[in-house]
Design a protein. Structure first.
Length: 117
């Protein structure tokens, strides 16, 4: 506990001074809408962990791409259910650090435009 007191205090100070944005809240609401509409869509096989022989035979984990091993730290692997591909949820503002997130999302979109099939 004593070790984290300073860290928690720093967090409270940082958050109390940070520029305000509701972009994450809006994203959360959009995700919740899709969850209600689509209910229990299956996780793509390539990102499922094939821990048993049966799972591996069923295709779990086949085609998995480990982003950390790639030059750009991005892959073209689909990680969303088919009916949610293309849905976007987070639209960062230009407040505070969100401008950096916005630029990073633009870089990622450009990468996909140049690398996806």
């Amino acid at each position: 506990m004593p070790e984290c007191n300073v860290h928690l205090t720093e967090l409270v100070i940082y958050l109390s001074l940070a520029p305000r944005s509701n972009a994450v809240y809006v994203a959360t609401q959009k995700v919740a809408e899709d969850v209600k509409k689509t209910l229990n869509q299956p996780v793509p096989l390539q990102i499922r962990n094939g821990v048993t022989k049966l799972m591996k035979e069923a295709g779990y984990g086949q085609g998995y791409q480990y982003a950390h091993d790639t030059k750009d730290k991005i892959t073209s692997m689909q990680t969303m259910p088919d009916n949610l591909v293309g849905h976007e949820y987070y639209f960062p503002s230009e407040q505070g650090h969100e401008i950096r997130f916005k630029k990073r999302l633009e870089q990622i979109k450009l990468w996909h435009k140049n690398h996806d099939k």
